[in-house]
Design a protein around this ligand. Structure first.
Ligand SMILES: Nc1ncnc2c1ncn2[C@@H]1O[C@H](COP(=O)(O)OP(=O)(O)OP(=O)(O)O)[C@@H](O)[C@H]1O
Length: 251
């Protein structure tokens, strides 16, 4: 059985205006899987369906023998805490320290009382320090999040997602707010964790060359449908024309 099975997934924010159209994707493997496609084609909507920030109109998303698209309450919370999410704008709590931000990744595992009191265990704190070391921010643990650069913030966002011990990681345009060099560093980090920690990592990304450089599989979307699903070196100009339309930009 696949780690994630998306079957006949449809979503419309407004009835009769479908955004996702019959999406079928199987994720079996660890490593980076890049999702490319023009603005507005539904890439973010797809990731938001997978972690149930939105409820899809219909279809199923089978993860850990449950249908994420159709569970509620405690079972949904238990599934969601195993789905890590990394955001374009980092979504950190700016006034908290780097360490505290990483620890918030653990909140989904704690009782409401412990979470409210921020009662993190010694084990959690040790792990947060280990993850800060992994993302190269050991020296920044006590600094406020708002004192960091964009690349450093994204590293905190990645450490926070790993704090959830995710079985799958979703990254929604994690490099779109970063300069080209920092974007490469963040993609390297995501690739390293996806491979070394064995986590399938779905990355929405606009930069096709960056995607090809780091992804082991690419999913091309256009008009709310999957129009390519295969290896990066299988993507030819013909596919890019189908995905993005036109060809004048293909120089
Ligand atoms: N909450 C919402 N309510 C209504 N429409 C929405 C909502 N969120 C997104 N949309 C619309 O759904 C479509 C797909 O948006 P989505 O953000 O998923 O695309 P995307 O491929 O991720 O685009 P981008 O690459 O620009 O982020 C767009 O037309 C968008 O305007």
């Amino acid at each position: 059985m696949s780690r994630l099975e998306i079957r006949d997934l449809n979503h419309a924010y407004v009835s009769d205006k479908p955004i996702l159209k019959n999406i079928n994707i199987d994720i079996n493997e660890a490593g980076v899987i890049a999702i490319i496609g023009p603005s507005g084609t539904g890439k973010s909507t797809l990731l938001r369906c997978i972690n149930r920030l939105i409820q899809p109109t219909n279809g199923s998303i089978i993860f850990k023998n449950n249908d994420v698209a159709n569970v509620k309450g405690k079972p949904l919370r238990e599934l969601r805490r195993q789905i890590g999410m990394v955001f374009q704008e980092y979504n950190l709590v700016e006034r908290l320290s780097v360490l505290e931000n990483v620890l918030t990744g653990r909140l989904g595992y704690m009782s409401a009382w412990s979470a409210w009191r921020r009662n993190f265990t010694d084990k959690d704190i040790k792990r947060a320090f280990e993850l800060l070391d992994f993302v190269g921010l050991s020296d920044f643990a006590t600094q406020r999040a708002d004192s960091l650069s964009g690349g450093q913030r994204q590293r905190v966002g990645i450490a926070r997602a790993l704090m959830q011990e995710p079985a799958i990681l979703l990254a929604d345009e994690p490099t779109s707010s970063l300069d080209p060099k920092t974007s490469v560093e963040i993609m390297e980090l995501l690739t390293q964790l996806a491979n070394d920690k064995g986590i399938p990592t779905l990355v929405n990304i606009h930069d096709v060359n960056l995607a090809k450089r780091y992804a082991q599989r690419m999913i091309g979307m256009s008009g709310g449908k999957v129009v390519y699903d295969g290896p990066p070196d299988g993507i030819k100009d013909e596919h890019l024309k189908t995905i993005y339309g036109g060809e004048s930009w293909l120089q």
